[in-house]
Design a protein around this ligand. Structure first.
Ligand code: MG
Length: 348
């Protein structure tokens, strides 16, 4: 096939922005990849809900199913690697749907010919270690090799299944629900970009990549029915995820800037790199919506857990500004918008 394309044909090519997880991704996927599919008749949460996973009733139980492909560049980065990311990403997508106990994971690995065997061993070891941390097992898998130059190193798809006793969809927020985050934001995206650009900050920047199912299980144990919504703010950052939750729940969300946990190192590096921590990927943080009566006890439970020491109540769902996120900056209010393009491609 000729590489030459006319300008009009060029318009029809996929761009990096289509992978950013924002409006361009939604348009492309809804017009192509999901258009031909109906909705599973009994799905509580299905394909067209665009949530972290699907929820399908099986007997009396809610089966949660999710899948994610990992293309992070570089595959080894401060605080983690593509193996830890692949396991954590899928475990967390299950957990934020309410399935904190993993029934099983699958792992499909595509490797470029000539790839160092030593790297593959490191990745596999990291996957196994992260599985132990998450009390999860890979129960099925697939391995393919593509020609040299046909792929950039290694790509991993992981899928997972679990059972949710109480489903926590993006759309579950109601006015007055308190919005919590489980930790400081922006660490994965900022540290990855600093590594990729070869910028040596004095600050210790490390990805937050980690499985959160143990932390979220403790929150659900503390107040199961009172946790109304959960989401992991990955590709589009806290800003993108809060906008999605506001839109799907048909509420506004009001956030107070000074309550949002961000380390000074991330803020400083973000300023130098021109990146807003609100719009940068996290891989070890979750957002929770909690009914006001239970918010304090859930927050305390999170903070008592080693993975939730920096958890904070950052705002609440409100009745107006539906579908939007209002940020109180301390000197005034402004809308917090989702990123229109990917600040950092190949981040997860
Ligand atoms: Mg997710």
């Amino acid at each position: 096939m000729s590489e030459h394309v006319s300008e009009s044909e060029e318009d029809e090519r996929i761009t990096i922005t289509h992978g950013a997880g924002g409006q361009a991704t939604r348009d492309l996927v809804s017009e192509t990849l999901t258009e031909g599919f109906g909705e599973a008749a009994e799905a509580l949460v299905g394909l067209h809900d665009w949530d972290d996973g699907a929820v399908l009733p099986v007997g009396d139980e809610n089966l949660v199913v999710t899948t994610d492909t990992h293309v992070v560049q570089p595959p080894f980065f401060p605080g983690g690697d593509i193996g830890r990311l692949a396991i954590s990403g899928t475990v967390n997508d299950l957990a934020v749907m309410g399935a904190t106990e993993v029934k099983g994971l699958t792992s499909a690995v595509v490797i470029e010919a000539n790839y160092p065997r030593e790297n593959l061993e490191r990745i596999a070891e990291s996957m196994a270690e992260t599985c132990r941390e998450a009390s999860a097992l890979v129960v099925s898998g697939d391995t393919k090799v593509m020609g040299n130059g046909e792929l950039d190193g290694v790509t991993i798809n992981t899928a997972g299944v679990g059972i949710a006793e109480h489903v926590t969809p993006d759309s579950g927020l109601a006015p007055n629900d308190v919005v919590l985050v489980t930790g400081a934001i922006g660490e994965h995206g900022i540290s990855l970009l600093a590594e990729r650009e070869g910028i040596d900050f004095e600050a210790e920047l490390e990805s937050d990549v980690q499985p959160l199912n143990d932390l979220l299980a403790s929150a659900l144990d503390a107040a199961s029915e009172s946790v109304t919504a959960m989401k992991d703010p990955t590709r589009t950052g806290l800003a993108g995820s809060l906008n999605e939750m506001a839109r799907k729940s048909d509420v506004g969300i009001e956030i107070t800037d000074e309550r949002v946990p961000v380390t000074e190192d991330v803020t400083g590096a973000g300023e130098l790199l021109g990146l807003d921590p609100y719009q940068i990927a996290n891989e070890g943080v979750a957002i929770l919506g909690v009914e006001p009566t239970a918010a304090e006890s859930v927050l305390k439970t999170l903070r008592d857990h080693p993975k939730g020491a920096n958890a904070a109540a950052i705002g609440k769902a409100i009745d107006d500004h539906r579908g939007r996120v209002v940020l109180d900056t301390g000197i005034g209010n402004r809308y917090l918008r989702e990123p229109s393009k990917e600040a950092v491609p190949r981040i997860c």
